[in-house]
Design a protein around this ligand. Structure first.
Ligand SMILES: [Zn+2]
Length: 168
């Protein structure tokens, strides 16, 4: 993606933006106030629930990739601890209450909309409750690890791979 397509004016002063190479990175710089618009990955939290060789996935209700399956996941909120975010997303999308999330890995993925996202994968060792799909999910269920459906996000696929390895 090109940054210029998304941001055309300086958010601080409204000045026009130019591209400069700073720290070996392509950066947008305001021609008027001189501020550099740093673009950083957006944090996403994902919940990995594996039980008896089966993994919990949620069916996407919204764009992109409506109808595809993925890990219960979403953007970390401002001032939210990543662990809390992972449990919140699990609850919102599957109805299940989780406990004691363990950070398994963090994977960066390119994003057309955000430049890139960094997905923090949390293994959720304890869950309670009944599956009730909600929020961004139209369905949620466990799949055998040997027959995982198509997952559109490389970060989620990588997290699942590493989580399985992590839990061995
Ligand atoms: Zn400016």
């Amino acid at each position: 993606m090109t940054l210029e397509n998304h941001i055309t004016k300086c958010p601080y002063c409204g000045g026009s933006l130019t591209v400069k190479y700073i720290d070996d990175q392509r950066r947008l710089v305001c021609a008027k106030c001189g501020k550099i618009l740093y673009m950083n990955p957006v944090p996403v939290v994902a919940a990995v629930v594996i039980r008896k060789n089966r993994i919990l996935l949620a069916k996407r209700k919204n764009l992109p990739n409506i109808g595809d399956w993925n890990l219960p996941a979403g953007f970390l909120e401002l001032n939210e601890q990543p662990e809390e975010g992972a449990l919140r997303e699990l609850k919102e999308e599957t109805g299940l209450r989780g406990e004691n999330p363990i950070l398994c890995c963090a994977v960066t993925q390119k994003s057309r909309r955000y430049g890139s996202v960094v997905v923090l994968g949390f293994i959720i060792p304890r869950i309670e409750g009944t599956i009730i799909p909600g929020d961004d999910a139209s369905d949620a269920k466990f799949f055998d690890l040997n027959s995982i459906p198509y997952i559109p996000f490389s970060s989620h696929r990588e997290i699942i791979k590493r989580a399985i390895y992590f839990m061995r």
